[in-house]
Design a protein around this ligand. Structure first.
Ligand code: 9WN
Length: 455
């Protein structure tokens, strides 16, 4: 295969401000490319060789963006292999299991999900859940980075599948009836154990002892003190068991399902993906109009349903109680990725982001945390309860650029580069010291670093 790696020709202003050199940029570029190469499993990329040895849905979207910079053909393999596992109803599963990897390598593995017993599931084993629909956004972003005939052909193939993904979410998952998709499990948010889910999770009846019947694999590879607790896992398993018992069907969820939440990031991604689909539609000769209209409607619903004027930020809505969940997490900032977000909400979210809670600045003093660092339940080391994650930082940077806040976006860019320069392509980072945490050679960290280095 031809090595198409093109190191960045110059370092951007933010990199120079950090005292780095073009040589340092080149070193990081190679580190990121080698990390992706190391995780390439032929047709798709694993998030991590140890913790996550299969294909994950939103990881693949972010990873596809990175491949566009170094091996563009893999951008399209990555997305194509994921969408090959799309269910007949349009859902894109959050995990596609690699049959060459032992079923016990990850918990919960293919046997637990039993997708093969479900009508409309693909031939390959998958989970029955979804993840934030960032795929159209990623496909469009990657294509615009490097337009090509191969890319256009891939977009033509992917377009109907991306449309079906959005249609599934906008119809089957509109449990609240207000034009937003509900998630049926914290794993669907991608921010699995965020304090945003503490209130709805506490209503899920489960005992930690449920886990005696299973063997967690995550705690073999990662420090248990950094991972969700056994009680969290007992609830995760209980929620999946309920969904699986109904054949992963979505009718009557309001009457029978224990976890139903409208998430700001998930729905902002759905809205932003409609706009991306409008761009893709123009390339493939389809009508962009309906996509733009849907993006407007989703944006309005996100503002009407998930913005709290008292806190000045966005919160998930728990459909079981009808209330917004109280925690102020980084999820609240993510509707910035919606270009049509009204100026009032943009200003409010910027104030929230710049406050001591998140510390966004043109020169970041510390990494952007995943949770309000002034909150009593902020945990610097535990998964989504404080640490900094590259995909979230990338999305918020993207949102800042969308709304013309270039200096703040540059602050996040520098912060991303400095984190990897000091710690490597880790899964997540300590929100005070920047130390690398979780899996050491992590796919989306490498991929999104390439994307910001290329700017
Ligand atoms: C469950 C793969 C995935 C990410 C998620 C992250 C983590 C899985 C886990 O890893 O979730 O899906 O086992 O903890 O929370 O965002 O997609 O990287």
């Amino acid at each position: 295969m031809v090595n198409q790696t093109v190191p960045p020709t110059g370092s951007g202003p933010a990199v120079r401000a950090a005292g780095q050199t073009a040589g340092e940029d080149g070193r990081l570029w190679e580190l990121a490319r080698d990390t992706l190469d190391g995780n390439w499993a032929g047709g798709h990329t694993v998030p991590s060789r140890t913790l996550y040895p299969h294909q994950w849905s939103w990881d693949s979207a972010f990873i596809a963006i990175g491949w566009a910079h170094v091996r563009p053909e893999r951008t399209w393999s990555e997305l194509t292999s994921l969408f090959r596992a799309q269910w007949r109803d349009g859902r894109v599963p959050h995990i596609v299991f690699n049959p060459a990897v032992s079923g016990g390598a990850y918990f919960p593995g293919p046997g637990f999900w039993a997708s093969e017993t479900v009508e409309g599931a693909p031939a390959v084993a998958t989970s029955g859940l979804v993840q934030p629909p960032v795929h159209a956004l990623a496909a469009w972003h990657a294509y615009r980075r490097l337009p090509s005939e191969e890319g256009r052909a891939a977009l033509r193939r992917l377009y109907p599948r991306l449309v079906a993904q959005q249609r599934y979410l906008a119809t089957c998952r509109d449990v609240g009836g207000a034009g937003l998709a509900s998630i049926v499990h914290p794993w669907e948010s991608g921010l699995d154990n965020s304090p945003a889910w503490d209130a709805p999770m506490s209503a899920v009846a489960a005992e930690a002892a449920v886990m005696r019947a299973y063997r967690r694999r995550d705690t073999v590879h990662a420090d248990p003190a950094h991972r969700p607790t056994d009680l969290d896992y007992a609830r995760y398993v209980t929620i999946v068991t309920a969904y699986r018992a109904g054949g992963y069907r979505d009718d009557d969820l309001a009457e029978r399902h224990p976890f139903l939440v409208e998430c700001p990031l998930f729905n902002a991604a759905m809205g932003a993906s409609e706009l991306a689909l409008a761009g893709i539609a123009e390339v493939v000769g389809a009508d962009p109009g309906p996509h733009r209209e849907r993006a407007v409607r989703i944006t309005q619903a996100v503002v009407n349903r998930l913005y709290d004027p008292d806190s000045g930020t966005f919160h998930p809505r728990d459909l079981r109680t009808g209330r917004l969940t109280p925690a102020r997490t980084v999820l609240g900032l993510t509707p910035l990725i919606l270009p049509g977000l009204p100026a009032r909400q943009v200003e409010a979210v910027l104030a929230e982001a710049r406050s001591a809670r998140f510390g966004l600045a043109a020169r970041m003093e510390r990494p952007l945390p995943s949770h309000d660092r002034t909150a009593t339940d902020f945990e610097a080391l535990r998964y989504w309860r404080g640490p900094s994650w590259m995909n979230i930082v990338w999305l918020i940077r993207h949102g800042l650029l969308v709304h013309g806040h270039d200096r703040l976006a540059a602050g996040l860019r520098t912060s991303m580069i400095e984190l990897v320069a000091a710690a490597g392509c880790h899964e997540y980072f300590h929100p005070d010291t920047g130390a690398g945490l979780g899996s050491p050679a992590f796919g989306w960290t490498a991929a999104l670093l390439l994307d910001v280095l290329a700017d």
